[in-house]
Design a protein around this ligand. Structure first.
Ligand code: BGC
Length: 768
């Protein structure tokens, strides 16, 4: 028997050798033979699969060997490498959060563009998960039809500071709103059979020295504020990929942090996709693989060589490499490239543009509307349109999220399309000015950085003449920002002296002539409003609303659409009121002296802990300009007495919202919970759920339902590494903003809720 077994073994070994020599029976990848393919791969091939295919000319991908002859005729951010012998195709990864970013080859016969959707911030201000899902569906369809396998979105870092350069890509200062919006986008995109990448994981809270800064964050703030949104999105929407961030977090780079990428992301939350790096040169390849960072992008040959060398030296085990390889293959078999999808290179341009316009109207926030200044009635025809951005509208921010759009509808065009008559004379003067300063905003390419474009001076006499000739003044204030730089208080957050002067002169002249002034904020992130909000009659926060921006603003100003957006962040009186401002780079990084690390540049202490945004302002009773959740409508709503019923592991609440005004409109209701006193200091109120009505006609009602689990009420107790919700009575408030609670109920938690988790990600420095 023994002898027989020996013979069989020898025969099998010989057969194996022969197979390997002739390569006759190489497996071709399919979803059921991943282990076999891993076994058949050489170490070189495994290393190649974990490293992207960076193309030095930023070029598309072509493979000559069948069935890999399909060319991706567009430039995207990154690719995974093909291994044709094993049936492994290349896949394509493209930015970004506000639309698909593809750049055509200069010589390609057709130039491809994608739809420029509204910024992430605007989308969050819609408080509308269904809308976010629909936008995701459209973006995913564009990805699918243009040969892209993964969209590098959603961007979901927290607006820790109003000065964050990339805030336009991100949703909110609140993690629940962030997580729900991201989950909706992921579900929409992935319904097309293409993937998403939650980014940037995690605590990528500043752009200044983003690839070097060590963000030092308490375990509590991490769990409750910076990780929570990712946790919600991972659990609710199963993203295919997650992108680790550039920064260090409590010591190691996030991409080399096993506690973050494996203990928390995979073991605690159940993430089963791949983690890829943000686009960076070589770092410690072994540490990344051991941490659970499966893919290095954009990918360099030195990384491949390094992985091979480290395996050969015994520093890295093949088993660890195989874990990542297996996961990358599991990703690849899901992709359109693997499925052999043949791309049409077309999408429904008009339908998606209509959706972009609709979405934009849903997230614009009417901050102020004195005396019913808006909507503009039928008697208003002639418009004096001030501000350079009115003619050079900012559809989105800069950097990798800058979609190559077919066009941008500026405000002058939008108003004309709506039948209004913007002053020709002003348009000509502003157009000349924009040409003269040579700083037209680019929407056709990826550009890094930010720009403060000076406002044109308009003579007092000219303004008075405009006031005599027109029915209304609209003044647009524009702000550009994006990847690679944070904003400054002086030029980014506050009005410039020129803008202030223009606003004062316009308000004086138009008010003297008995006419209204409307300010439109065409900005990527929060700006100062407190010092000047008394001047105009109405203020519309239009954000950076995508390629249909001008039409969408006109929809709101004319009342074709009733505004229903609400702030996803606090508009503070001063930028310095945010506790984070004491621990944030407030200007360009100073040069480094010797080895001395620079605070807020080489390391940033999140001394404010969980006291980010409204959690601080509302609890401290600190005056704000406009609170989190604020937004006006052209109609009014009443809230009924709510119901709050225990479900066994949480509660279900309902409230009936009735439109008591004269025009149709939508209301988003925010459910805030105030916890009973316990061991931990808690914010006065925390957003625990939200819901938005459909379009309610005057007199019409809708019952909104909210589900909250006990786990959602818990705070993180670092002393015992556990989520804890103390027993007792929780006040449940139904608000139109965090400061405007219309109805309250109560929920009693009979016994303490407690969920132990791993004691990981400890800060390496004292945070006091
Ligand atoms: C950005 C990412 C982006 C990547 C690829 C990086 O610089 O931080 O958000 O997805 O580039 O373009």
């Amino acid at each position: 028997m023994k002898a027989l077994f020996l013979v069989a073994t020898i025969l099998a070994a010989v057969a194996g050798q022969v197979r390997a020599q002739v390569g006759a029976q190489e497996p071709k990848l399919n979803p059921n033979n991943i282990d076999q393919v891993v076994e058949a791969m050489t170490l070189q091939e495994k290393a190649r699969l974990l490293v992207g295919r960076n193309d030095p000319v930023f070029g598309g991908y072509a493979e000559t060997e069948e069935p890999f002859t399909r060319i991706i005729p567009t430039n995207v951010a990154g690719y995974t490498q093909a291994i044709p012998r094993l049936g492994i195709p290349a896949t394509a990864l493209a930015d970004g959060p506000v639309g698909l970013v593809i750049v055509s080859y200069p010589e390609s016969p057709r130039q491809y563009t994608a739809t420029g959707f509204p910024s992430g911030t605007l989308m969050a201000c819609s408080w509308d998960v269904t809308l976010n899902r629909r936008v995701g569906e459209a973006m995913g369809n564009e990805a699918l039809e243009h040969g892209v396998d993964v969209i590098l979105a959603p961007g979901m870092n927290i607006h820790r500071s109003p000065l964050g350069g990339r805030n336009y890509e991100y949703y909110s200062e609140d993690p629940l709103l962030t997580g729900k919006m991201a989950a909706a986008l992921v579900r929409g995109v992935q319904s097309n059979g293409v993937g998403t990448s939650l980014k940037h994981f995690a605590a990528n809270s500043q752009e200044t020295n983003r690839t070097g800064v060590d963000e030092i964050v308490s375990q509590r703030a991490l769990r409750e504020i910076y990780l929570k949104g990712f946790e919600i999105a991972v659990k609710e929407s199963h993203p295919w990929t997650v992108m680790s961030s550039y920064n260090r977090l409590n010591g190691p780079y996030t991409q080399e942090n096993r506690e973050l990428l494996t203990t928390v992301l995979r073991d605690e939350w159940g993430f089963d996709g791949i983690v890829m790096t943000d686009w960076i040169q070589i770092r410690n390849t072994a540490a990344q693989i051991q941490a659970g960072n499966d893919l290095m992008e954009p990918g360099y040959q030195v990384q491949i060589d390094d992985i091979v060398a480290r395996v050969r030296s015994g520093e890295l085990s093949v088993e660890d490499v195989d874990v990542c390889v297996r996961r990358v293959l599991e990703y690849i078999v899901k992709t359109p490239h693997f499925r052999g999808h043949s791309f049409s290179h077309t999408h429904d341009q008009e339908g998606h543009a209509r959706l972009a316009r609709e979405a934009a109207t849903q997230g614009m926030v009417l901050l102020k509307n004195d005396g019913g200044a808006l909507p503009l009635g039928g008697e208003v025809k002639r418009v004096a349109l001030f501000g350079r951005s009115s003619y050079d509208f900012l559809a989105g921010g800069t950097g990798s999220g800058n979609v190559v759009k077919p066009y941008v509808v500026n405000l002058a065009q939008g108003l004309s399309n709506a039948g209004l008559e913007p002053s020709q004379e002003m348009e000509e003067v502003y157009e000349k000015y924009i040409e003269y300063v040579g700083l037209r905003n680019r929407f056709e390419g990826v550009s890094l950085g930010r720009s403060t474009i000076p406002e044109m001076t308009v003579a007092r006499g000219a303004i008075e003449r405009q006031a005599a000739e027109n029915d209304v003044a609209i003044l647009t204030i524009g702000r550009q920002a994006g990847e690679g730089g944070d904003r400054t208080i002086k030029e980014g957050y506050n009005l410039t002296a020129g803008e202030r002067e223009l606003m004062e002169d316009v308000c004086d002249a138009f008010h003297a002539a008995g006419k209204r002034v409307v300010v439109v904020l065409n900005v990527g992130g929060a700006v100062e409003t407190s010092s000047w909000k008394g001047l105009p009659d109405a203020i519309l926060m239009a954000w950076q609303p995508g390629q249909q921006g001008g039409n969408a603003v006109a929809d709101i100003l004319t009342g074709a659409v009733n505004p229903s957006g609400k702030l996803s962040m606090t508009l503070s009186v001063s930028a310095m009121d945010h506790p984070s401002s004491a621990n944030f780079p407030l200007g360009p990084a100073a040069p480094r002296r010797g080895n001395q690390p620079r605070e807020n540049v080489d390391y940033t202490l999140h001394r404010e802990g969980i006291w980010v945004g409204y959690r601080y302002f509302n609890t401290a009773g600190k005056e704000v300009s406009y609170p989190f959740g604020h937004g006006l409508s052209y109609t009014d709503f009443s809230y009924s007495r709510p119901t709050v019923r225990a479900t066994g592991d949480g509660f279900r609440a309902t409230v009936t919202v009735t439109n008591t005004g004269k025009v149709a409109g939508r209301e988003s209701v925010q459910l805030y919970v105030s916890a009973p006193a316990g061991e931990l200091d808690k914010p006065l109120r925390e957003l625990r759920a939200f819901a938005k009505t459909g379009l309610l006609q005057p007199g019409q009602s809708e019952v909104l339902t909210f589900e909250v689990a006990d786990y959602d009420l818990a705070s993180f107790d670092e002393r015992i590494s556990a989520w804890v919700a103390p027993r007792g009575r929780y006040t449940v408030g139904f608000g139109a903003s965090v400061e405007d609670i219309h109805a309250t109920g109560a929920y009693t938690l009979g016994r303490e809720f407690i969920l132990k988790v791993n004691d990981v990600l400890r800060p390496t420095m004292e945070l006091k």
